[in-house]
Design a protein around this ligand. Structure first.
Ligand SMILES: CC(C)(COP(=O)(O)OP(=O)(O)OC[C@H]1O[C@@H](n2cnc3c(N)ncnc32)[C@H](O)[C@@H]1OP(=O)(O)O)[C@@H](O)C(=O)NCCC(=O)NCCS
Length: 161
């Protein structure tokens, strides 16, 4: 097993593990590069220290290639953020992170998972659609789009049991 881990690590393959408070700065940086509204290092640190937060990361050597972060309360989870570094996209990394994450959430007792996604976010909608999420709501005019009409947020849901 250790041999396999060492080999993957040497080849620069992403390693998927739990994220910790010490990842806050790297996650804030990746989040800021991926979304219009960034979250600060402190916001990530606070979230990662909360007992209800579940977070996974993909690392390549010492660098953060992606992460996914949820909050789980009374059997209901909400995915708060998912991001993959632009140079690492379209290689199945988000799918791998999401699969791992949903498995962990189920193991922790989550029955339902919700999230919000910009209706214009083709990559994220494809990711969640393939993972079995279905649209259950729509908030028109939710995401500002500099100058043009704001796009809607779609509320997606997946039942785990
Ligand atoms: C959304 C995001 C996390 C996807 O990460 P990724 O590692 O590139 O995704 P994957 O390679 O696992 O691909 C997942 C699916 O989306 C598809 N996809 C990925 N990027 C795409 C794109 N730009 N356009 C269309 N489809 C795309 C893939 O083909 C794959 O679908 P498939 O299983 O049918 O082949 C990444 O684009 C990102 O970080 N975006 C900015 C942050 C963001 O929007 N997060 C989601 C907020 S809800």
């Amino acid at each position: 097993m250790m041999e396999l881990v060492t080999r993957l690590f040497a080849r620069g393959e992403p390693m998927l593990t739990d994220a910790r408070a010490s990842d806050a700065a790297a996650m804030a940086k990746l989040h800021a590069a991926s979304f219009q509204r960034g979250w600060s290092d402190g916001e990530f640190e606070r979230l990662l220290l909360e007992r209800n937060t579940v977070a996974h990361r993909a690392t390549i050597g010492n660098s953060l290639g992606g992460f996914i972060l949820s909050r789980l309360v009374a059997g209901e989870a909400e995915i708060l953020s998912v991001a993959v570094a632009s140079a690492r996209r379209k290689r199945g990394l988000a799918r791998a992170l999401l699969n791992l994450h949903l498995g962990r959430l189920a193991g922790l007792g989550a029955q339902t998972v919700f999230l919000e996604v910009d209706e214009d976010n083709t990559a994220a909608r494809r990711l969640y659609g393939r993972a079995g999420f279905r649209e259950v709501g729509r908030r028109p005019g939710y995401y500002p789009r500099g100058g043009t009409k704001a796009s809607a947020a779609l509320v997606l849901r997946r039942d785990l049991v």
